[in-house]
Design a protein around this ligand. Structure first.
Ligand code: ZN
Length: 353
């Protein structure tokens, strides 16, 4: 996200909050509930170059959020209970689901004790290659390559190109540029190959991030035994599914991850999250395949709150990202009111195209 875009979002949220407009709009846009997306939960780091900071919040921020939810009239429910309410048309009380993507160790260390303390159910979406220690956290690897070097060479359109990145500002700009370039690639294979080449060239061990950051099977087994926890599928290799050309390969990524989780943890996952999950990562083909495979629900990262009409789109559910760049309770309040996401979506309730 560019600095300018961030400012606009922040100003927009501030405007809605301080004007009180989100309260006025709530009957129009509020919906029946929402699903929150979280990734890392850990104490703040003070490095100036942290391009992935939006994916992490502090334990203090999480605790304030949980305490507030516990005291509110909103029910914190499991994904199964959310599904039951949709099928049964039970919208008496607003609900929220807490979901954590990717299964990071810091989630277990910092978030789990808080969720237990407040006895709140939550879901974890696990790409099975992460506990298998074969996963490629390419966005973290790219951060490491740029953090550790002053100059990066990259082959673009068959030509060697070099970029200076000695200052923090240059590092931030280069991260955004290469990240954008990778996301613009036509296929997932091409994206992975480019990152692997960069890692090999600059001696960054791409497999090390999985070992360092992600839970192993023993830790997941411990969590899965807790009745508060729902384990959901998140594919095997965490690909941007829209960039996987072959339909059968998309189906295999999803189906295989469900089988591996079932074999390892003894329970068949009923819920799915699409990796990355925005509109350029999962679309109608993925929504259809998830439904055909019999998942009760599948979530995207398209921003939005839930409406009754989502009953007919249970494999294309929006979520609200608890973004590390906006760690203020008032932003979340505005987001969960549905006012901000309604504006982003042009007041369309369903976005499943
Ligand atoms: Zn993910």
């Amino acid at each position: 996200m560019t600095g300018l875009k961030k400012t606009i979002i922040r100003t927009g949220l501030e405007t809605l909050y301080f004007s009180g407009l989100h309260h006025v709009m709530r009957p129009l846009v509020g919906g029946v509930g929402s699903i929150l997306t979280l990734h890392h939960v850990r104490p703040p780091r003070y490095d100036a170059f942290q391009p992935n900071r939006l994916l992490e919040i502090t334990p203090e921020f999480l605790e304030r959020l949980l305490r507030r939810l516990k005291r509110s009239r909103i029910d914190v429910v499991s994904l199964d209970e959310m599904h039951r309410r949709f099928i049964g048309g039970d919208y008496k009380r607003r609900f929220v689901c807490l979901t954590f993507d990717d299964g990071y160790k810091d989630m277990l260390r910092w978030a789990y004790p808080l969720l237990k303390k407040y006895q709140l159910p939550f879901a974890l979406y696990i790409p099975t290659s992460f506990p298998d220690r074969l996963g490629e956290l390419w966005w973290v690897a790219l951060e490491a390559v740029i953090a550790q070097n002053k100059r990066i060479g990259l082959v673009i359109d068959g030509k060697d190109q070099f970029f200076e990145c000695s200052s923090v500002r240059e590092k931030r700009e280069l991260y955004d540029a290469i990240y954008g370039y990778l996301r613009s690639m036509k296929t997932e294979d091409e994206l992975r190959r480019t990152v692997r080449d960069l890692c090999a060239c600059y001696r960054v061990d791409i497999a090390s991030f999985c070992r360092e950051l992600c839970m192993d099977w023993a830790e997941l087994t411990e969590l899965a035994a807790d009745p508060l926890v729902t384990i959901g599928a998140h594919t095997v290799n965490h690909p941007i599914l829209k960039k996987v050309l072959n339909d059968a390969a998309v189906r295999a990524e999803i189906e295989m991850s469900r089988s591996v989780l079932e074999a390892a943890l003894g329970k068949r996952p009923q819920h799915l999250a699409y990796p990355v999950g925005d509109a350029t990562s999962a679309g109608p083909r993925e929504f259809r395949i998830a439904a055909e495979l019999g998942f009760k629900t599948a979530v995207t990262t398209r921003p939005g709150v839930l409406f009754k009409e989502h009953r007919d789109h249970l494999t294309a559910l929006p979520r609200i990202s608890v973004n590390g760049e906006f760690q203020r309770q008032r932003y979340l309040k505005v987001l969960m009111s549905g006012a901000a996401t309604a504006m982003w979506n042009g007041f369309r309730r369903i976005n499943a195209a």
